[in-house]
Design a protein around this ligand. Structure first.
Ligand SMILES: C[S@@+](CC[C@H](N)C(=O)[O-])C[C@H]1O[C@@H](n2cnc3c(N)ncnc32)[C@H](O)[C@@H]1O
Length: 274
């Protein structure tokens, strides 16, 4: 499979649906994780990583950098999930480049399916695009927006949506998304390693874009602060339910701040969070 990053110049429109589906913010730039071994996910072109840490993070730099320091090393992996057999191009410098992260798999398998009214979907921190692609393929009527700050990840996500036929997936840098845009569903394997303050800011900004009745589903390992994150969200005014707890991961169901009709509560003091 060709490397989508190589095919797309940095300033190219990256909506895999083509021009008809491109909305203003959906015109994106192309320039712009500890697990049990995934039985169904096999690297096809890369050697297995030597350690859990190396599976999830690049050798140099951080996976959430805008322009990763790690030299590009494209590879193709197979992901079998829910009866779908997909292939993704990944690369160094992005999250979990050699396999579908176990937390991501849990989210994809256990998060409640989209309802008929759940059309506006956000994949927050899309990486190379597994959540967006699987969700888009499962729910063709949905409009799936995938955002990330890692330019390499954005390029990969564009190519992967295209290659897997997920025509309802649009990829964008967060800065390109209208602040007035609302979502019926937010799916997220959060970038815990950005640090508490940045993580809180990220989640606060996007969870406030949940539409009334909308839900967010977050997967976080307990060793990475899932329980304190849940407490912080509750303090912030979100209804939080732990849907699944497995292999250390927690799948959290999060409602809009203050519920659908109640007034939002004040921000909790920073420092109580994960
Ligand atoms: C734990 S990874 C999950 C990636 C992908 N969703 C998956 O499951 O494989 C979190 C992602 O969030 C991205 N990220 C970090 N800070 C961000 C921000 N401020 N806005 C959007 N995405 C961000 C990182 O670049 C990374 O790709």
């Amino acid at each position: 499979m060709a490397d989508p990053a190589a095919k797309r110049p940095s300033d190219q429109t990256v909506n895999p649906r083509g021009s008809g589906a491109a909305s203003s913010e959906a015109v994106a730039r192309a320039a712009r994780e500890r697990s049990e071994q995934e039985r169904e996910t096999q690297p096809l072109t890369a050697k297995p990583s030597p350690s859990i840490r190396a599976r999830s993070e690049p050798a140099s730099g951080q996976y959430f950098e805008a322009e990763p320091l790690a030299a590009t090393a494209p590879r193709t992996i197979a992901v079998n999930i829910s009866g779908m057999q997909l292939r993704f191009v990944t690369d160094s410098g992005v999250f979990s480049p050699d396999r579908l992260d176990a937390g991501t798999r849990l989210l994809l398998l256990e998060a409640p399916p989209l309802g008929a009214r759940d059309r506006r979907v956000l994949d927050l921190g899309c990486g190379w695009g597994p959540i967006a692609c699987v969700t888009g393929l499962r729910s063709p009527a949905a409009e799936v927006l995938a955002v990330d700050v890692n330019e390499r990840a954005l390029r990969l996500a564009v190519g992967n949506a295209e290659a897997n036929g997920a025509g309802n997936v649009t990829v964008a840098h967060p800065d390109e998304v209208s602040p007035t845009r609302r979502f019926d569903r937010i799916l997220c394997n959060p970038p815990i390693r950005v640090g508490k303050s940045a993580l809180q800011g990220l989640l606060a900004a996007w969870l406030d874009r949940l539409a009334p009745g909308g839900r967010a589903h977050l997967v976080v390992h307990r060793h990475l602060g899932s329980d304190s994150l849940a407490r912080w969200l509750e303090q912030r005014g979100h209804e939080v339910t732990r849907l699944v707890s497995r292999s250390g991961y927690r799948l959290l169901d999060v409602g809009p701040r203050g519920g659908e009709s109640a007034s939002p509560r004040p921000e909790p003091a920073a420092g109580r969070a994960p």
